[in-house]
Design a protein around this ligand. Structure first.
Ligand SMILES: O=C(O)C[C@H](O)C(=O)O
Ligand code: SF4
Length: 511
């Protein structure tokens, strides 16, 4: 088993940097379906560029490399203690090499362990089987889409859909609702795994296990096959689209499993995975630890070709505005939902820890006219002590909703950049103060990393790398205005419109 650690390391790198063939094909099919020139189509082309870049750079597709979760099948007698030690070492090495972000955080103190190791991280499950070789599967599911997982307890009442009972039709309603409630916040279009039954814990586990199924397999359970097909045909009619921008494709895959339950409980658990659906596996020789084969066809077999995206969807009216930080109120008031803004100058990252801190402290530098980027990057330090940005897509902005409005006003911030949109409090502050919310493409971490030409400095390293405030010299960072300073929010519109569409699925289908 000399090579086992190295094989696990290769598996981690492949999973983080190279989307497998079945996921790529699902994204390409979405691209073919989406109307040319729309916001969703443009976003999909950024996503495909990003997938290609991550493969070439051997760098994370998305900066959030998630909760590394390993599922291992091994023959009777294989030494699980040794295997686990080697897995932990491989995780630490991959983190050191910037293939994984430092993602293990003490829940009470907020301290980042720095190597992805700590109580409960990574997740390692062993199971014995009767084969002679060892299979190691890995999923890197990020926090943003994990936050959009949802568990229903039937019977229940669902907004837009009414009563959901303890039957196939009730399950159908829960799944449609799960897709609706995620909106764009889990970086749609997404893949869902559904677990019917179990208890609260095993139901979610079953849902997550469904994500390991091949995208193009067929469910052997007849009723579930029909339900999967129904969901695939109909969830896309909700019109949520890529990143919640509105569009034809909201769901890329749906896999449903079932297990027994207790008489009193009826759970439907849904695991939502973003388009950056990073899961791979290897079969290794139990004697040497060498890789014998990959479990999922590797990404290099499906090249992500560039599809030219030039024609705007509104008769040539899409505006592109180039701004240099610091930005003035006048410049902001000019902007409208739908405009593409290209930012040059200094940008500051800031997410959960920083927003909480700024509520009752001063900022370490003048933020008048500043652009704040909701982002927790993957960073690397070279031998001269110089930092560089390795992966830097946006994080889900709604988590900052309790703070953002006040922080905009207190510090004079003019642009907030993130993904998934923000709520009414922020929208009111944008209007009052003269600021704008820009939606970047979630998961496009390589695409955005190339816009950061130099790291000018960093504050709050004590928050850990993802939560620190990085000051970045920026060139050509493009994002879409989805909330403007005139009270308009694309997110509120898409949410309202998709709720109306959801209500069209109220009538029973599986009677
Ligand atoms: O933590 C991050 O960088 C992103 C997160 O996965 C998110 O989707 O919000
Ligand atoms: S940022 Fe988006 S793509 Fe990345 S892990 Fe979070 S949900 Fe997934």
């Amino acid at each position: 088993m000399q090579q086992f650690q190295q094989s696990v390391y290769k598996l981690i790198v492949e999973t983080s940097t190279n989307l497998p063939a079945d996921v790529r094909q699902a994204i390409q099919a979405a691209q073919a379906k989406e109307d040319e020139g729309t916001r969703s189509a443009l976003s999909l082309s950024t996503i495909t560029d990003n997938i290609h870049m991550a493969e070439c750079n051997v760098s994370p597709i998305c900066q959030d490399t998630g909760m590394p979760t390993f599922i291992i099948h091994c023959p009777v007698g294989a030494n699980q203690i040794v295997m686990k030690k080697q897995i932990l070492q491989a995780v630490a090495q991959a983190t050191k090499d910037s293939k994984l972000r430092t993602n293990s955080v003490d829940s009470l103190t907020g301290a980042n362990s720095g190597d992805n190791l700590g109580p409960g991280t990574p997740v390692v499950h062993f199971e014995q089987w009767e084969r002679d070789d060892i299979e190691v599967k890995l999923i890197l599911k990020g926090g943003g889409c994990e936050n959009k997982n949802i568990q229903y307890s039937l019977p229940t009442e669902l907004e837009g859909l009414g009563k959901a009972g303890r039957d196939l039709d009730g399950i159908r309603k829960c799944i449609l609702h799960a897709v609706y409630q995620a909106q764009g916040q889990g970086c749609s279009a997404g893949f869902i795994g559904v677990g019917i039954g179990g208890d609260r814990t095993t139901g979610y586990e079953l849902a997550k296990h469904q994500l390991f199924r091949h995208a193009d397999d067929v469910n052997p359970h007849e009723d579930l096959r029909k339900l999967e097909e129904y969901i695939m045909d109909n969830a896309n009619k909700l019109g949520i689209g890529t990143m919640g921008f509105g569009g034809q494709v909201t769901l890329l895959g749906c896999k449903i499993g079932v297990m027994n339950r207790l008489p009193a409980s009826f759970f439907v658990s849904v695991a939502y995975n973003c388009w950056a659906f990073r899961r791979q596996g290897v079969v290794v020789d139990a004697a040497t630890g060498d890789i014998k084969e990959w479990v999922y066809r590797t990404g290099d077999t499906v090249p992500m070709s560039k599809k030219p995206q030039t024609a705007p969807d509104n008769g040539g009216e899409r505006r592109e505005i180039v701004l240099h930080t610091p930005i003035s109120e006048e410049q902001i008031r000019e902007l409208r939902v739908g405009d593409v803004v290209v930012i040059n100058g200094t940008m500051h990252t800031g997410r959960d820890a920083l927003h909480k801190y700024l509520m009752d402290h001063d900022a370490p530098l003048d933020l008048n006219g500043a652009a704040i980027y909701h982002c927790g990057p993957v960073m690397a330090k070279d031998e001269n002590g110089e930092w560089s940005v390795k992966a830097a897509g946006p994080t889900t902005s709604i988590r900052e909703e309790p703070y953002q409005g006040e922080i905009i006003k207190k510090f004079g911030i003019r642009a907030v950049i993130g993904k998934g949109g923000m709520g009414p409090k922020t929208l009111a502050a944008l209007q009052q103060h003269g600021a704008v919310y820009l939606n970047a493409i979630g998961g496009a971490a390589q695409y955005y990393a190339q816009c950061f030409k130099k790291v000018e400095g960093v504050d709050f390293m004590e928050f850990g790398i993802p939560e620190a405030m990085w000051h970045l010299q920026t060139e050509g960072f493009a994002a879409i205005v989805t909330m403007d300073s005139h009270g308009n929010s694309l997110h509120a519109e898409v949410e309202k419109d998709s709720l109306t569409k959801l209500s069209h699925f109220k009538d029973p289908v599986f009677a």
